[in-house]
Design a protein around this ligand. Structure first.
Ligand code: 8X3
Length: 262
């Protein structure tokens, strides 16, 4: 983990180096989040990353020099402490999120729906709210939210995740309306099939079921999406990439994929 000195009474405060832009990435302990930390660090950002699994974050920190802070986006106190430790924010990547289950609406578990709404929608709300003062101070900021093809298109078994990600899309578009006239860009990347821990978590550790999601096709990688983030944030300041749908060549829509048979 990078060495932090204490600029204030907050022992966890990050020290922002003057002239080095600061990027904040949530859900950064693995997958798209960790890849985004690596790519933004290479691009020259001082990166502050948050996640629940601090041990995993510290491994990414050792590799990149990014600063690791504990963050549970479903816990308002945790988000408040995280945001209070960040003195500057030029880029916010709202990546924390995920799916739970693939049940039909007929058999859906309300607790899963609540959990998905909490992490995907309220998580983005809490962190964005908490860092908006820092984003406004930046004078040239970008919020990139990782949505999903599930934010655009319903699919069988997608009920709760579709509902949550559609809400993320609504939140992103309302935020863009609200910030019109301020120097803050608002972007949403909607990835299709990306092979990360996403499906293992969705299917509660059932690796075979998770593997089957990507079987016979070339899925996107976390790096593919991280490269989209770095491209978006490195456009000239007046260019707002409002939204981006990113699919593997083997996928044309949520339910239409090409799988090679052995
Ligand atoms: C992940 C894409 O199609 O597995 O956000 O829901 S999908």
């Amino acid at each position: 983990m990078s060495e932090l000195t204490n600029p204030s009474d907050n022992p966890n405060s990050v020290v922002a180096e003057p002239h080095i832009p600061v990027a904040v990435v949530t859900g950064a302990s693995s997958g798209i989040g960790a890849a985004t930390v690596r790519h933004l660090s290479k691009l020259g950002y001082q990166v502050v990353m948050g996640a629940r699994r601090l041990d995993r974050l510290e491994a990414v920190a050792d590799e990149t020099g990014a600063t690791a802070l504990h963050l549970d986006v479903t816990d308002k106190d945790s988000v408040d402490a995280f945001c209070a430790a960040i003195p500057r924010c030029d880029v916010l990547v709202n990546n924390a999120g995920g799916a739970l289950g693939a049940d039909s609406i007929d058999s859906a578990d309300e607790a899963d729906w609540l959990a998905m709404y909490d992490v995907n929608v309220l998580g983005v709300l809490r962190v964005t709210q908490g860092l908006l003062p820092r984003l406004r101070e930046s004078g040239n900021a970008t919020v990139v939210t990782i949505g999903s093809i599930a934010a655009r298109e319903p699919y069988l078994g997608g009920g709760g995740y579709n509902a949550a990600k559609h809400a993320v899309g609504a939140l992103t578009r309302v935020l863009r309306l609200e910030l019109l006239g301020e120097p803050i860009r608002v972007c949403q990347i909607d990835p299709g099939l990306v092979e990360t821990e996403f499906s293992v978590v969705r299917f509660r550790g059932d690796q075979d079921r998770a593997d089957a999601v990507y079987e016979g096709l070339d899925p996107l990688t976390a790096d593919d999406i991280a490269e989209c983030v770095t491209w978006i944030v490195s456009r000239p300041a007046h260019v707002n990439i409002d939204s981006m749908l990113v699919l593997t060549r083997d996928q044309t829509s949520a339910q239409r994929v090409h799988r090679r048979t052995a």
